[in-house]
Design a protein around this ligand. Sequence first.
Ligand SMILES: CC(=O)SCCNC(=O)CCNC(=O)[C@H](O)C(C)(C)COP(=O)(O)OP(=O)(O)OC[C@H]1O[C@@H](n2cnc3c(N)ncnc32)[C@H](O)[C@@H]1OP(=O)(O)O
Ligand SMILES: O=C([O-])CC(=O)C(=O)O
Length: 373
Amino acid sequence: MAKQLSGAGLRGQVAGKTALSTVGVSGSGLTYRGYDVKELADKCQFEEVAYLILKGELPTQAQLDDYKAKLKSLRTLPQPLKEVLERIPASAHPMDVMRTGCSMLGNLETEDSFEQQQEATDRMLALFPGMINYWYNFSHKDKRIDVDTDADSIAEQFLWTLHGEKPSELHTQVMHASLILYAEHEFNASTFTARVCASTLSDMHSCVTGAIGSLRGPLHGGANEAAMELIEGMENPDDAEQKLLGMLERKEKIMGFGHAVYSESDPRNAIIKLWSEKLAQENGNTSLYDISERCEAVMWREKKLFCNADFFHASAYNYMGIPTKLFTPIFVCSRLTGWAGHVMEQRADNRIIRPSAEYTGEELRPVTAIADR
Ligand SMILES: CC(=O)SCCNC(=O)CCNC(=O)[C@H](O)C(C)(C)COP(=O)(O)OP(=O)(O)OC[C@H]1O[C@@H](n2cnc3c(N)ncnc32)[C@H](O)[C@@H]1OP(=O)(O)O
Ligand SMILES: O=C([O-])CC(=O)C(=O)O
């Protein structure tokens, strides 16, 4: 059953048209251009899904090979961007690094006409994984990494530039699935930000920079990091249960649970949960997975709240040795496809987005001279 949507936050209001995705139409489903996300995550590489979102159809093998080769050729970081990255302190939040990096790229390689929108998007898709890991390695390990790796895909490029070696088959597979799950989600907050920006006929880098800022918050993309902080503070499943019950009693928000549109489940959860379980088994220490499972059971039992896409991403990423603060930047590397797809859609049929407000302020009143106030 679809969720009853009403109230604050523009909930349930149609704010535009899209042919990119449907969310929660039957209460729980997610489709990209008519394909079920589960089938895409089972059968595709992330680049196939990026192609689908940006160009409208799944690629043939030859088109995929060309697209991947093209993206591979666009990984190099411009020197001035590296210099900016090197000046950002280790204490910075990586989402702020993404925001600044994207904005700096927009200064160096401006999108001068909408005809360049696909080029600008491809460049960001190719460059973002290396960009965040260049900063991470420089600021945290004093290393200037070479981002022009031999990695075959964006999934592999992220793990390779982070860890400095070719990742395992399993880890690359999980990253493909993760990037596919995060790629697109209709009019979520960050995508809506991008569309509002696009509606002023602004450039692609401004739209993406704004969207990164919206994704950063813990009520949206930042929830995967917050979920990790939660589960790493739990010693075992029983401890998890006690801690959650206490938090619920204190009416605290539990990050990684609930959704603005889905009513029963988030279809992305079952998929990333399976991968998290596989990674736990590979790791030999299933503690984080067991704790996460108990959290899921307690939240459903107590509040009928279900895990959203972010919750099991926390343990999955942790099992792959990804530092918690890099979780949300991975979301950026993926959602860039959805943001850009929406920007292109907005531009193709644009009217400036400018809603109205209900005024709650003072009645009209005279300005008292300053000496009399
Ligand atoms: C990839 C993504 O961006 S997915 C979302 C990631 N965000 C999170 O995980 C943050 C935690 N979750 C939340 O804050 C919310 O569930 C949101 C922001 C995702 C959706 O917010 P809303 O649409 O306002 O949620 P909804 O209307 O279903 O909330 C109903 C009730 O459940 C409560 N609730 C919802 N989620 C949670 C939660 N995670 N923990 C505790 N209570 C919750 C709300 O506080 C609300 O209670 P109230 O009626 O007493 O005020
Ligand atoms: O749709 C939303 O509100 C949030 C979400 O799950 C996403 O952006 O992936």
